[in-house]
Design a protein around this ligand. Structure first.
Ligand SMILES: [Zn+2]
Length: 154
């Protein structure tokens, strides 16, 4: 049966590597970092959306998770497990995705900072504000997300 096959599916080294990198090596449920070499002992591959709920075998539905986090998930969806663990509601981002977000944010915040700086002190303020804004945009978006949640007392 197709269902049996999916359950017992084995992953190649390359697939495991891709899945691991899709969250930049974090457990997608609790957001803690995982060690790639500890596949099968520390972490396993989770269907983010369960097969029973119509989730697919496509790589984008497959995420690395601690074995213990994955077991505690049972039939709940990923979002509610993350909430219960105090993690952000979305999955952690891959390195490539983070680079994209950083670039976009650096441009946006650079312009915003520049405008604010201009407002306060004209062209020199615009230069400083632009640089500060761009620098804040370059921070790791996942680290920012985690810090923000801690700041909110979570
Ligand atoms: Zn975990």
């Amino acid at each position: 049966m197709a269902h049996e096959y999916r359950k017992r599916r084995r992953y190649t080294e390359e697939e495991r590597r891709k899945i691991f990198e899709s969250t930049d090596g974090r457990c997608h449920l609790c957001w803690q970092p995982l060690q790639f070499e500890r596949y099968g002992q520390e972490w396993e591959i989770d269907h983010s959306r369960a097969v029973a709920r119509g989730g697919s075998d496509y790589l984008r539905n497959l995420k690395p998770a601690h074995i213990s986090c994955n077991r505690s998930k049972r039939d709940r969806d990923s979002r509610s497990v993350r909430r219960a663990k105090g993690a952000p509601p979305r999955a952690p981002l891959s390195k490539a995705k983070k680079a994209e977000v950083r670039k976009r944010r650096a441009i946006k915040r650079g312009i915003g900072g520049g405008l604010l700086g201009w407002l306060f002190s004209g062209p020199p303020g615009a230069a400083i504000g632009g640089l500060l804004g761009a620098a804040s945009g370059l921070k790791d978006p996942d680290e920012e997300e985690l810090r923000r949640r801690k700041g909110n007392g979570r």
